[in-house]
Structures are given as C-alpha cells and as structure tokens.
Design a protein around this ligand. Structure first.
Ligand code: SF4
Length: 175
C-alpha cells in the first residue's frame, strides 16, 4: 500500500521507460515552477529583494520569475507588517491568484504581527489568507526564505492532485 510519504516524487527508470504516477508528475512540474508574488509591505521586503539577487540564485528552484500580476503567480510571499489598511488589498490580491496557490509568511510581522501589538496591525496574515510556511526572523536572511521555498516544494510534492480535482469537479456538478 502506498504511504503518504511515497505520494510525492516516486518516478522509477526501468530500462528506457520512466514509470510514475500522474500526481507525482504534476507535482514535479508544479514544485519546480513556483512563481512568487512578492507582497512587500515593510522592511522584510528589502531582504526579499536580496533573495532575487544573483548571489542567492533563486532560479535553482525555478522561482526566479517574480510576478507582480496575481493572475500569473502561484505563491504569495508576504514580506512585512500587514496593517489593517493594507489587509484588504492583500486579501483581494490573494483572491485574484488562480488555484493552486500557496503562501509564505516571511518574518515576524507577517507571521504574528511581530513587535507591533497595535490596533493598526493585523496579528498575522494567516487571519486573512491560509499560510503554508512561516519564516521566523526580523528580518529573515535570504537563506531562510530559500529554505522556506524548499519546504514548500516538499509540501507540494505530497499533494493529492487528482483527488483534489475530482472533489472540485464533484462540487461544481453538485452546485
Ligand atoms: S519582521 Fe522585522 S524586518 Fe520584517 S517587517 Fe517586521 S520589523 Fe521589519
């Protein structure tokens, strides 16, 4: 019986034939082409810019294509303090991103509100969008963001794609 940890990348080469599952193949495409939507809101955004610089070579992970259009992005990286004034815009941009989509909360502010225990600041972006990976730090180093990206890739590789598609189709038919 296939276990949860085997659902990800489990291709085998036997002779000249590659044997795999549809889920593993689709997840392999997805995890190696995560296009980030940089949601820079405060000082963490400066470190996010460093992540995209040549020194850290984010293209090793297929994520060098930063997109400022939500329609073309897969992963929102929330970098900075989410004030209530900006929260609605963050939510709106998230809603405009097509499925499948993921979210990384970069830094203390995006994860929990950070040091701003204030009436003006949302205490964690996960109150308005589902967060997949949290990155600690104030600000986190670029290596920590790359580590989060690798964790996200690992998570994507275990997602049951066909099962989700079937459920979505059944829901559409029932509606
Ligand atoms: S976590 Fe620190 S560096 Fe990042 S936005 Fe908040 S105060 Fe700025």
């Amino acid at each position: 019986m296939q276990t949860q940890s085997e659902i990800g990348y489990n291709s085998k080469i036997e002779g000249d034939v590659v044997v795999t599952t549809v889920d593993a193949a689709l997840n392999w495409f997805r995890k190696n082409s995560v296009w980030p939507m940089p949601m820079g809101l405060a000082c963490c955004a400066i470190e996010l810019m460093a992540v995209g610089a040549s020194r850290f070579d984010i293209s090793r992970f297929g994520s060098e294509v930063m997109r400022f259009s939500p329609r073309q992005a897969d992963c929102m990286i929330v970098a900075g303090t989410v004030t209530y004034k900006m929260a609605l815009s963050v939510k709106r941009i998230w809603d405009q991103m097509p499925e499948p989509k993921w979210c990384i909360a970069m830094g203390a502010c995006a994860s929990t509100g950070g040091m701003y225990r204030s009436y003006a600041v949302l205490q964690g972006v996960d109150q308005i969008v589902p967060v997949d990976i949290y990155v600690s730090g104030c600000p986190p180093r670029p290596e920590a963001v790359l580590d989060a990206l690798m964790k996200l890739q690992n998570k994507i590789s275990k997602e049951p794609v066909l099962e989700k598609l079937t459920i979505t189709n059944l829901k559409k038919e029932a509606a």
